[in-house]
Design a protein around this ligand. Structure first.
Ligand SMILES: Cc1cn([C@H]2C[C@H](O)[C@@H](COP(=O)(O)OP(=O)(O)OP(=O)(O)O)O2)c(=O)[nH]c1=O
Length: 227
């Protein structure tokens, strides 16, 4: 069954490529601002669902995106990664500026936080094309199955100094990463220990994602699990 990875994250692309699966990609752009008092669970579930809806919207509009080679039904994968502080309530997203990054890092310093990644697999089928007008070719996608997993990994940070934070921010690495660090990059130097899936921290829990795809396709896909 065809898979569309609806993600602009190069880390997610690389991780899924490691499974030797054929898939196409699509970038979705949504507002990722947490709502007031939104719990980590509510936030992350809202994010993967909103990303899936945005992908369906794009795939429905053939004037914007052409995925004619997709065979119906197919699976849309969406994913979201956040940090959660040890209070269990505070969500760590991508830093909007240096001050925001420092405020997250001060609370992560010499402390343990969790990284959560949610993955939603949305199975859709193509319904016959509706011709609205020649300039608006549209196709209709219907959701036939939807499943979601959330994987959690514990991450411990060493004590951080202001100099370390300043140098790290200046490296440019933190800006597009939840909690403002990349365990796969320079951020690895801040991590003293992890408990759980490493690929989950990088943005896509690979073994669990493959299991989800396999379950949704009722085992019909021959997935090479490289782990
Ligand atoms: C904690 C951590 C996060 N990250 C990344 C994974 C995600 O790409 C990013 C969190 O932002 P997300 O909103 O989950 O993803 P994204 O905006 O990069 O991509 P898309 O929504 O298009 O799928 O943080 C790392 O690369 N390394 C890390 O150690």
């Amino acid at each position: 069954m065809d898979i569309v990875l609806a993600s602009g994250s190069p880390r997610r692309h690389e991780l899924l490529e490691r499974a030797q699966l054929n898939f196409t990609t699509l970038s979705v752009d949504i507002d990722e601002t947490p709502l007031d008092n939104e719990s980590p669970t509510d936030y992350i579930e809202r994010m993967v669902a909103t990303k899936a809806n945005a992908a369906i919207q794009q795939l429905s509009d053939t004037s914007q995106v052409n995925h004619d080679s997709l065979t119906s039904p197919f699976i849309i994968l969406t994913s979201d990664t956040i940090g959660v502080l040890s209070d269990g309530k505070t969500v760590l997203v991508k830093p909007v500026d240096r001050e925001h990054a420092y405020s997250m890092w001060q609370r992560m310093s010499d402390n343990v936080h969790e990284v959560w990644t949610a993955v939603q697999a949305t199975q859709v089928q193509l319904l016959p094309k509706v011709e609205q007008s020649p300039s608006e070719p549209t196709r209709c996608l219907q959701i036939i199955n939807q499943q979601r997993i959330t994987e959690r990994t514990e991450v411990a940070f060493i004590p951080l100094t202001t100099q370390m934070m300043s140098d790290y921010w200046d490296s440019g690495e933190p800006v597009d990463k939840a909690g403002g660090y990349g365990i796969q990059g320079l951020g690895a130097a801040w991590v003293s220990r992890i408990n759980g899936s490493y690929t989950n921290v990088v943005g896509l829990p690979l073994a669990q994602t493959l299991a989800l795809i396999k379950e949704m396709t009722e085992g019909s896909m021959d997935i090479v699990n490289p782990l």
